[in-house]
Design a protein around this ligand. Structure first.
Ligand code: GLC
Length: 636
């Protein structure tokens, strides 16, 4: 991938910063690397006074409890009350019951129980509402029936800021239906080596694309004061993650080492923070990776001096899943270093009780200054007040609570379908596309009728498959989804055409659409040693070969979370379309591939490569001689 030229991207950074910083030229004149970012959410004297008053009443136990986020499978509402726990999360593939497709109301019921416990002032406890965070990273993806958007790599290909705002708005609505207030999104990573298992969570290798799209997504999720809907009832709290340099690790190794100068770190990996904090993102998640040998969870310079001091961030910093334990000398259950570095809310899914007890001792022993604890609690309370949580009543009383019809609503799916169509990138077309619908079309391949391959990881389960057996999720987890084959079948049928789901020696198709690609993965489970894609043993590729030998034109559709070395398939096929990980609205693929009855395109290709594409045999895309450069994409 092309490394951003420091000077050029510095200019970009300055342009972005200029747009965001109150016209105080001297603040960008200083030769520091990190700009002051002025959030549109000014500090509110009334809120600060309320925080002062609450802080003054809080014991050390209550303050430390506020700084802890536990996983819903390892804590009960009563535990949360007893230990004054400030936040809960459901990890990827964690649901309020032991069934993914349990009743939708179970989410709201659990939210009510935890809220009620946190507001119960028995045993002279203080009423401080508990904050539930979830990974709604491409729709409300842990919930069966939710609209599932293309993963970020596809949205980067579409590169449509207005659409991003709509996606944020819809995501917030569907999350609000379940009584949850906070999503750990957007990922503003700038993936620089596609061997990284989280490449598909990155919009692009280009900092400016990440900056622009994540900004609009945050406005959709949270609202904005200028729109008079900031954290209103239909909005939820956003998270800019993972701070910082998650996409820049050596060899794309997840949670690995990012070695860059400070200027490069800002130029390449800092732009999404400038823009998302500039529109008021209220939380930042610390990253697992290291920068120049220091784990970010333990970096006081980055978390406190840069993010909070220099950039002026006044929301809360949440740790990643036991990320604190990766600091030298820390464990899941104890890590004063992370708190002193600037993590305000520790994500300690299981060991929250021991962490609480240890941290209380560390505060009382002076290992953690009370001023640091007060700052962390102030930030947590500030976000809760800004989100209106103290006044909004229990989750089931919120405006969108239990409005189940909103989940997967046709209007939401229409937006997702537009995103699918706009995300498609045409790498090759010998003229076979668009396809006349009044034809006999073979639609086959492992991804043709496969919602699991369409949605990838972070979909109902963490890995997009069963955590132990690694089998693909059952089809019932993809309720309401349309597959790529569904869309093609409908388009053909409406024009008198016909489709075949598998080759038939007696029925020769006019054209074949073969959908193939990666099977689902998430995080480090998706890391690769190189980007080669084994085609020789691939049944889909063999089918393409046999069709071509029978003289049938072949359109290859590739489902993938990143560029891969698939030269032989690109060379063999008459047309090659990258569909990334389109999510629930697979029918959107047909909107572009299948023509109108008169043969004219119904929708043109719009997608452009957000990542450079390697030739076969290249270990990563972090090199100059790529097969296709960023921005490549053909149209009709
Ligand atoms: C994961 C991911 C992070 C996610 C968190 C909670 O490990 O790194 O992106 O938000 O844990 O699920």
């Amino acid at each position: 991938m092309v490394v951003a030229h420091p000077l050029k991207s510095r200019l970009l950074g300055l342009i972005l910063t200029t747009a965001l910083v109150a016209c105080s030229p001297n603040s960008i004149a200083d030769d520091g690397v990190w700009p002051k970012v002025r959030s549109p959410i000014a500090q509110d004297a009334e809120i600060e006074a309320k925080i002062d008053s609450l802080l003054a009443q809080m014991s050390v136990e209550q303050k430390v409890g506020q700084m802890i986020q536990a996983e819903i499978k390892s804590i009960s509402p009563d535990d949360a009350a007893e230990y004054h726990i400030g936040s809960i999360l459901n990890g990827g593939g964690s649901w309020p019951t032991d069934k993914a497709d349990g009743p939708l109301g179970a989410w709201l019921s659990m939210a009510n129980l935890f809220y009620g416990a946190s507001m119960d002032t028995g045993d002279d406890r203080l009423a401080i509402p508990i904050l539930w965070g979830t990974d709604a990273v491409h729709g409300h993806n842990n919930v069966v029936g939710a609209t599932i958007f293309p993963h970020n790599i596809g949205l980067g290909a579409a590169n449509n800021p207005d659409l991003m705002r709509d996606i944020g708005t819809v995501t917030a609505r569907e999350v609000a239906v379940t009584g949850i207030d906070w999503t750990f999104a957007p990922t503003v990573a700038v993936a620089r080596d596609a061997r990284w298992g989280r490449t598909y969570e990155s919009y692009s290798e280009k900092p400016n694309i990440v900056a622009n799209l994540s900004k609009e997504f945050v406005v959709g999720l949270q609202g904005h004061p200028a729109l008079d809907n900031f954290l209103s009832e239909q909005k939820i709290i956003a998270t800019a993650k993972h701070f910082i340099g998650d996409g820049g690790t050596a060899n794309g190794k997840d949670q690995g080492e990012t070695t860059l100068t400070e200027q490069e770190l800002f130029d390449i990996h800092g732009q999404g923070y400038v823009t998302t904090l500039g529109v008021g993102a209220q939380t930042v998640m610390a990253s697992f990776n290291s920068w120049n040998g220091e784990k970010l969870h333990g970096s006081k310079y980055m978390l406190t001096d840069v993010l909070k001091g220099q950039m002026g961030f006044d929301g809360l910093v949440v740790g990643d899943w036991n990320g604190h334990a990766q600091i030298e000398g820390c464990t899941n259950a104890s890590c004063p270093q992370a708190i002193n570095a600037g993590v305000d809310l520790i994500m300690v899914p299981e060991d929250w009780k021991a962490f609480s007890q240890n941290t209380i001792s560390q505060v009382k022993a002076g290992d953690i200054p009370m001023s640091r604890v007060d700052d962390a609690v102030r930030r947590i309370l500030r976000v809760k007040y800004r989100a209106g949580m103290f006044d909004s009543g229990k989750p089931s009383e919120h405006a969108l609570a239990s409005r189940a019809k909103l989940l997967g609503h046709a209007d939401h799916r229409a937006i997702a379908r537009q995103a699918v169509s706009e995300s498609l990138v045409l790498l090759k077309n010998d003229g076979v596309l668009p396809i006349n619908p009044n034809s006999r079309i073979l639609v086959a391949g492992s991804g043709a009728d496969n919602p699991a391959l369409q949605s990838g990881g972070w979909t109902v389960t963490w890995q997009g498959r069963h955590i132990e057996t690694r089998a693909l999720n059952p089809r019932k987890y993809y309720k309401g989804h349309t597959t790529i084959a569904d869309g093609i079948r409908d388009a053909a049928a409406s024009a008198g055409g016909e489709t075949l789901a598998k080759p038939d020696p007696d029925t020769r198709p006019d054209v074949a659409i073969i959908v193939f690609g990666e099977t689902p993965y998430a995080e480090f489970e998706g890391d690769l040693a190189n980007l080669d894609f084994d085609l020789l043993d691939n049944e889909d590729f063999k089918l393409m070969q046999s069709l071509k030998s029978d003289g049938v034109p072949v359109v290859a559709v590739f489902l993938t979370g990143r560029p891969r070395g698939v030269d032989a398939a690109i060379d063999l096929a008459d047309a090659f379309v990258t569909a990334w990980l389109p999510g629930s609205e697979g029918a959107g693929v047909a909107d572009v591939l299948i023509a109108a009855p008169d043969g004219s395109p119904r929708q043109n290709f719009k997608g452009k490569l957000p990542f450079s594409w390697p030739a076969n045999g290249v270990s990563s895309t972090d090199n100059e001689d790529v097969k296709y450069k960023v921005g490549y994409g053909l149209t009709y």
